[in-house]
Design a protein. Structure first.
Length: 327
């Protein structure tokens, strides 16, 4: 059995879908709340669904049954201002699961984030040492909460302290794809703009506030969620691989590239409207991200990544243009 925390969320539910299609037994730990994230799970068979407060008791009764814990659960809003909530959900809960997996010798894969890199002035190299991580300065509290966990595990590795038999952190870059619809303002630009674009309105992008970047020229490493799932699946098939790895494509593309891909997917000429950036993002906005992927490649991952145009075309055509957009 696999435990997927955050299994009703965006990346987590896509992992659940993959494991279910493979015929695996899956337990999901997540808050379902009052939105429609239950539909992220509706097409897939799961063995158990439990809210986070019940997880410790559930783990006590299932320690011998778990093949691996895939920990995607977190507060993922980069604008979250309740730091105690971030510390409780993103730091303490992750380190508690790490301790449990260490004690029971259960494999552990957890979600980190490219937000840990801050403005990118130190680069985007996923070097897993205390010294390398100490140089990074996240721009927001969400990125900091993920960085705390990365640094703690790096220190444990350096000190040769006990850890799970497989311990992997994944620094996700700009992920887009099906099942992100509950995320509100944290949805990808593709998802946020799909309804408007399909109705004939322009796609909206933030203006640039740096002279070196034209409006829409800000660069991101966009990765299709199915590629993220493929990486997790490969790690589950290769239990000897541990470490901290970037999850991107290794190629930065502009927001205008993304906008053009959206319109190309529906055979319409591009129409883009530039809007002011929200005040809370000013000074905390990443103008460039590009994952260095050499460490994951060196570990043995060989699959190609979906290019932006192909991923957006599939997302728009197979999901966002349909009455049922769920995977």
């Amino acid at each position: 059995m696999y435990l997927v925390t955050g299994g009703a969320g965006f990346i987590g539910s896509n992992i659940v879908a993959h494991l279910s299609e493979r015929g695996e037994e899956i337990a999901v730990c997540d808050w379902l709340k009052r939105d429609r994230r239950w539909e992220n799970l509706a097409k897939h068979e799961v063995a158990a669904i439990l809210a986070p407060p019940y997880l410790p008791t559930w783990l006590e009764g299932n320690s011998g049954a778990l093949t691996a814990v895939v920990h995607m659960g977190a507060i993922s809003a980069t604008t979250e201002s309740d730091i105690d909530q971030l510390a409780d959900n993103n730091i303490r809960a992750t380190l508690d699961l790490l301790d449990w997996c260490t004690k029971t010798q259960t494999r552990f894969i957890y979600a980190s984030s490219a937000a840990t890199y801050g403005d990118g002035r130190c680069g985007f190299d996923d070097e897993f040492t205390p010294a390398a991580l100490a140089a990074l300065r996240p721009l927001n509290a969400y990125g900091w909460s993920k960085h705390v966990v990365d640094r703690r595990i790096a220190r444990l590795v350096e000190q040769r302290k006990p850890l799970p038999p497989q311990c992997v952190g994944l620094k996700f870059f700009n992920v887009y794809g099906p099942n992100e619809y509950h995320k509100g303002e944290m949805q990808s630009v593709v998802s946020q703009n799909a309804a408007a674009v399909l109705a004939g309105r322009p796609l909206r992008l933030f203006r640039s506030y740096r002279p070196s970047y034209v409006d829409g020229g800000q660069l991101r490493d966009f990765i299709y969620v199915k590629d993220c799932v493929n990486i997790v699946a490969w790690l589950l098939q290769n239990p000897k691989v541990s470490g901290l790895f970037n999850v991107g494509t290794g190629t930065a593309r502009s927001w205008l590239d993304l906008a053009h891909a959206v319109f190309a997917a529906i055979d319409r000429p591009p129409a883009v409207e530039f809007i002011d950036m929200p005040t809370q993002l000013t000074g905390k906005y990443q103008y460039f991200t590009e994952a260095k992927m050499n460490r994951l490649r060196a570990a043995g991952y060989c699959d190609p990544f979906t290019d932006l145009e192909t991923g957006v075309r599939e997302y728009m055509g197979d999901y966002l243009s349909r009455e049922d957009p769920y995977r």
